[in-house]
Design a protein around this ligand. Structure first.
Ligand code: URA
Length: 303
């Protein structure tokens, strides 16, 4: 056995268990979490604090960020058994516990049949993607045709714009979590193509899944993308996104920043509109305590 800190902890836990101390998570459970962590690619992360001097909406950050271990998330219940494998560090254990909880939720969501029409028309359910331990969670309205095919939120043109927004924040898609209120593509009337907005009733049926995702991830900030997402999250009508964007709201105790939907920026490519969204995202970075470089502060300022 090596004298790695994890091995020392593991052997201490082993001795405690041998002496009759009942551990909340068994050694096997810890090993299971370690395996889940490596399978889910949730290696230990370092918070990104310095923005790289990269091009606006095209930056390639070098570091990943994750939230600090969240005390509300508990390890899965104890089971019997012994192992001589090493135990993960605390933050990895919390992150992998979140990954395991998201995995447990994924099954029922993918098998959901609550909206018979959407079940008929969908190719697949779009669960959500990203870092289970993310500090920032982006919430959109519903999958479109591209997302329905790929099974991942925001992979179409609007998704590419969202990726640019995330990159400008000096983050990567893998650092944040991305999900929609509605997990199935809203079906289109026969003979019609394109995407439609989800109905409030559809969002209400699906919202508990998003709530559970948020409860597991415990992001520090939620970014609500567009009026429909704001309406769905807050349960209001006519959000008036023009007025609401840029002003902090709260969703289940979590600070929420409403901003324009990335699709809006595809149709309104002016620096003025991009700057508005960028100011909302800078407010998010400030809330997280991240450094914003002078170059970042200047993005989309009209000369
Ligand atoms: N628009 C959304 O709101 N969500 C997606 O996943 C794609 C486009």
């Amino acid at each position: 056995m090596s004298d790695e800190p994890t091995d020392i902890v593991f052997s201490a836990l082993h001795r405690m268990q041998a002496n009759g101390v009942r551990l909340r998570a068994s050694l096997d459970t810890c090993e299971g979490l370690r395996v889940t962590a490596s399978a889910a690619g949730t290696a230990p992360r370092t918070p990104a604090r310095t923005a790289s001097p990269a091009t606006a909406l095209g930056a390639q950050p070098e570091t990943r960020r994750a939230s600090t271990p969240a005390p509300r998330i508990e390890l899965p219940p104890a089971s019997e058994g012994k192992s001589t494998q090493s135990v993960p560090s605390n933050s990895t254990a919390f992150a992998s516990a979140k990954a395991a909880q998201l995995d447990a939720l994924r099954g029922p969501v993918l098998a959901c049949t609550k909206c018979p029409q959407l079940v008929q028309s969908r190719t697949q359910v779009v669960f959500g993607v990203g870092n289970p331990d993310a500090e920032v969670m982006f919430v959109g309205e519903a999958p479109g045709a591209d997302e329905d095919l790929v099974g991942e939120p925001f992979v179409g043109r609007a998704g590419q714009m969202l990726t640019k927004m995330i990159t400008a924040m000096n983050l990567r898609r893998a650092d944040v979590y991305i999900a929609n209120i509605l997990k199935c593509r809203p079906h289109m009337p026969p003979g019609e193509s394109g995407n439609r907005k989800p109905e409030p009733a559809e969002m209400n049926v699906c919202k508990p899944y998003l709530l559970r995702q948020i409860e597991i991830i415990q992001p520090k900030v939620i970014v609500a993308l567009g009026a429909t997402a704001v309406e769905g999250l807050l349960g209001i009508k006519n959000a008036g996104i023009t007025k609401m964007r840029g002003t902090w709201k709260e969703f289940h105790g979590i600070p929420m920043m409403p901003t324009y939907h990335p699709a809006y920026l595809l149709h309104n490519q002016s620096h003025t509109e991009k700057r508005k969204v960028w100011e909302d995202l800078m407010a998010v970075l400030e809330r997280l305590g991240d450094e914003i470089t002078a170059k970042q502060r200047g993005y989309f300022l009209t000369k």
